[in-house]
Ligand binder design. Structure first.
Ligand SMILES: Cc1cc2nc3c(=O)[nH]c(=O)nc-3n(C[C@H](O)[C@H](O)[C@H](O)COP(=O)(O)O)c2cc1C
Length: 208
C-alpha cells in the first residue's frame, strides 16, 4: 500500500477483534510518535502504552465506555504537560548542546526564543502543549495505517476520571487523547464499508 492507499484504508474502527498486534508494529508506531515534530522540539507530552486488561477494563468502566477500548490490542494514552518549568527547559537545552555541540551563544538565543512563548501571558501554555500532543496523535495514526494496523483516536472520555485511574499528578500532566490499536472486526463493524466523508479538494485547499 502506498501512503494514500493506506489513508483510504484506515478508518476510526469501532469494533476490533482483540487480536494482539506484533511488538515490531507497535514499535514503529511509538517511533513515529518519538519522531513527531513539535514546537522548538520540546515534546511536551508522554504516552502511556498498555495492554493490561485490568487497567483497560477500569478505563472502560470509569472513563470511557466505548466498546473498542475493550477490544483493542493496545491502548495509548497521550498525556500533555501542564507546565514547561525551567528544569524541563534546561534539560532539553543541555541535551541539544550535548548532541549538536552547540555554542553557549546559540543555546542562549534558543532559550530566549522559547521563553518568549513561555513568558507570554496571552498564550495558554496547557492548550499550547495539547496542540503539540495532537501532532503526535496524527503521526501515530498515519504510522499505524502504513503498517496495516487499525487505530481509533478517542477523545470521548471523562478526563478527570481517566487522570484518576492513571494516578496522574494533574499539577504536572493530564490525559488528553487516546488511540486504540488493533485489528478491525470485519463482521461486526458497520462502518467498515462506508465511504469517507471528506471535503472535495477545492473546498479544502485555497491555491493563491
Ligand atoms: C481527536 C479525535 C477524537 C476522536 N474521538 C473519537 C471517539 O471518542 N470515539 C470514536 O468512535 N471516534 C472518535 N474519533 C474518530 C472520528 O470520529 C473519525 O476520525 C472521523 O469521523 C473521520 O472518520 P475516519 O477516521 O473513519 O475517516 C476521533 C477522531 C479524532 C481525530
Amino acid at each position: 500500500m502506498d501512503l494514500i492507499e493506506a489513508l483510504n484504508w484506515r478508518y476510526a474502527t469501532k469494533r476490533m477483534t482483540g487480536e494482539k498486534i506484533a511488538e515490531s508494529d507497535l514499535n514503529i508506531i511509538l517511533e513515529a510518535i518519538r519522531l513527531t515534530p513539535t514546537a522548538y522540539g520540546l515534546q511536551p507530552f508522554k504516552v502511556v502504552v498498555t495492554r493490561n486488561e485490568d487497567l483497560i477494563g477500569e478505563i472502560y468502566r470509569k472513563s470511557c465506555p466505548q466498546i473498542v477500548i475493550r477490544q483493542c490490542s493496545h491502548l495509548l494514552v497521550f498525556k500533555a504537560r501542564k507546565k514547561l518549568d525551567s528544569e524541563y527547559l534546561e534539560g532539553y537545552l543541555k541535551e541539544m548542546k550535548r548532541q549538536r555541540n552547540s555554542t553557549d551563544e546559540y543555546i542562549d538565543g534558543y532559550r530566549s526564543k522559547i521563553l518568549r512563548v513561555i513568558d507570554d501571558p496571552q498564550i495558554n501554555k496547557f492548550s499550547w502543549m495539547i496542540r503539540q500532543t495532537y501532532i503526535a496523535l496524527g503521526y501515530a495514526t498515519v504510522a499505524a495505517a502504513a503498517s496495516g494496523i487499525d487505530a481509533t483516536p478517542i477523545e470521548g472520555f471523562d478526563a478527570q476520571s481517566l487522570n484518576e485511574v492513571l494516578r496522574l499528578d494533574t499539577e504536572k500532566e493530564e490525559a488528553v487523547v487516546m488511540l486504540a490499536l488493533g485489528y478491525r472486526d470485519e463482521k461486526e463493524d458497520k462502518l467498515i464499508y462506508l465511504p469517507k466523508i471528506r471535503k472535495p479538494m477545492d473546498l479544502l485547499v485555497e491555491k493563491i
